[in-house]
Design a protein. Structure first.
Length: 554
């Protein structure tokens, strides 16, 4: 195996650890989500980092659910997280764990710390405990029960486990240092009482460990070598190390490394705010294609490859920043441009009648499936006397820079013929309902034998054979690039009222009639689309994944 040239500081630290012979030269990471919501694009970055880093060094990655708060956790979230990780292309193999797997061991370790005088019961309220912790410039005040005898603390802790105390009556705290400059070392909470059933352990427990207590021990017991987490946990690291050191079992120690979390423009990443969007009906559900959730991106048409490429392009740093959502959109365009089947779809139909085309005749023209990949071949597209084009591709009184169809003007129909508009048909209210045109039979395939040129090529569908469908045009959910950054305003004030437009009377070529949900396509000239799971044989539904180019700055 060739030496690994580090691409970021995390890889460099691992290279250094391996060179020093730490942890038997193993690399073992973990992805530890809380099952209290659906994963979003920020979690995708962490998934790619943890699984990708271990793979680079020939190591392993665990999937471990941090299920220490039954009040917010559900099996639904567990299932969705596993689906998302697999969809992104990663496999934890047989290494699926839960913090709840260690509840007995965590309890036993807490008992050990109590017996060693390093943990105690505190009956004060959370408000009082918070006040007594002091400030970064003022030492904390010791709890009245901080120096209680171990046997007293142990008896009360056992009674807490047996349910003899109510929620909020007392907590178990680690006895560390109330004057530490690191607030997290000022006798942090280890256990609290929560009389709620757990999605895995049922009613067995009514006390649950805190994240800072459970996390490091879980890493230790699983043999994790590098605990990679986001930057807000940097100040938690001394506490992480303190608990692991107190295990006193071996020389092996997991190493916590922090990196900056992902922030994206025109997006909110807070689970609480995403939940608010769902619960208050601003979006349809967690998988609404406007949501930054992985299931939302999947439904919108994003591919695993595009998200992995995005995570790689964003990079790994220790400096907080904001990534333009345009980079994510660029990644999906780049991916779909190479693999998406091309089709023609008319979203705002205008009827064309070719007056010189034979009645009841349907011919087939050859269309390229993907010019970026010749192996995808060609398809047959029906062509007939009555067609549809886009309303915006015709102007009765064109400006000097309008090159598409107009009275007396000639254009090319993609893959087919040149046509010329001769007459405009209107209804009683003056609306254009039909264009009478002629086609040039000598221009089949889109080229004129006499060498004449046209300035516009239009997409179209044959009216009789076309499949009626619904097209959902999605845009960014927020109008402001930083909807979360206005202290005086609620983020909901920046919701984009144009984030979804539904077009119900669209027509797509018949090639697609048996399309399966989540299949990606490029609708020529319109953008990249995919088949929504709402689709039915009698009514296909398409989501716009992204436009063909970034128009956000125009």
């Amino acid at each position: 195996m060739d030496p690994i040239v580090p691409k970021n500081f995390i890889q460099q630290q691992i290279v250094d650890d391996l060179a020093a012979g730490k942890n038997d030269k193993r690399v073992h990471t973990r992805f530890p989500p809380e099952p209290n919501g659906y994963l979003h694009i920020g979690h995708a970055k962490s998934i790619c980092l943890n699984f990708g880093t271990a793979k680079l060094f020939g190591g392993k990655t665990n999937l471990r659910f941090d299920d220490t708060n039954p009040a917010k956790e559900e099996t639904e979230y567990v299932d969705s997280i596993m689906e998302d990780v697999k969809w992104l292309g990663f496999d934890w193999e047989d290494r699926l764990y839960y913090a709840s797997d260690y509840f007995d061991k965590l309890y036993d370790f807490a008992v050990e710390l109590i017996n060693r005088g390093k943990a105690y019961i505190d009956f004060q309220s959370q408000e009082v405990i918070s006040e007594q912790r002091g400030t970064p410039t003022r030492p904390g005040t010791e709890s009245p029960t901080r120096n209680s005898a171990p046997e007293i603390n142990l008896r009360i802790f056992e009674d807490m486990k047996l349910g003899k105390y109510n929620e909020g009556d007392c907590v178990l705290r680690a006895k560390i240092d109330m004057s530490s400059p690191n607030m997290h070392l000022r006798d942090p909470l280890m256990y609290r009482i929560l009389k709620q059933p757990h999605h895995r352990t049922g009613d067995k427990w009514c006390i649950y460990p805190m994240y800072d207590y459970a996390h490091g021990q879980s890493d230790f017991w699983e043999g994790i070598t590098h605990s990679i987490c986001t930057l807000e946990f940097e100040v938690h690291r001394p506490l992480y190390d303190w608990f692991v050191d107190e295990l006193q079992e071996t020389d092996y120690r997991p190493r916590q490394i922090e990196f900056s979390r992902l922030n994206i423009t025109s997006t909110v990443m807070s689970k609480r705010k995403l939940l608010q969007l769902v619960k208050e009906g601003y979006v349809k559900d967690w998988d609404d294609p406007r949501m930054p959730t992985i299931c939302g991106l999947r439904r919108r048409g994003y591919t695993p490859e595009s998200i992995r490429n995005f995570a790689d392009m964003v990079g790994i740093t220790k400096v907080d920043g904001v990534t333009d959502v345009a980079l994510l959109e660029f990644c999906i365009r780049e991916d779909l441009n190479k693999k998406a089947q091309r089709l023609m779809c008319v979203t705002d139909p205008l009827k064309i009648v070719l007056t010189n085309y034979p009645e009841d005749t349907v011919e087939e023209v050859d269309a390229v499936n993907n010019p970026e990949d010749e192996s995808m071949g060609k398809r047959k597209v029906p062509f007939s006397k009555v067609l549809y084009i886009e309303q915006e591709d015709f102007m009765e009184e064109p400006s000097s820079k309008f090159y598409r169809l107009a009275p007396g003007k000639e254009v090319r129909l993609r893959y087919a013929y040149f046509i010329r508009c001769n007459e405009v048909i209107k209804d009683s209210e003056g609306n254009i309902v039909e264009l009478q045109c002629t086609y040039d039979p000598e221009t089949k395939g889109g080229n004129a034998p006499d060498g004449r040129k046209v300035k516009a090529t239009l997409h179209w569908v044959s009216s009789k054979e076309a499949v009626n469908c619904e097209v959902r045009l999605y845009d960014r959910l927020f109008t402001d690039p930083d909807p979360d950054g206005h202290k005086e305003k609620d983020f909901l004030e920046f919701l984009n009222p144009e984030s979804l437009k539904t077009l119900g009377n669209c027509y797509v070529e018949p090639f697609i009639k048996d399309a399966k949900p989540l299949t990606n396509y490029q609708f020529e000239r319109l953008g990249y689309f995919n088949v929504d799971p709402d689709s039915k044989p009698e009514k296909l539904v398409f989501n716009r994944t992204v436009s063909l180019k970034d128009n956000s700055k125009k």
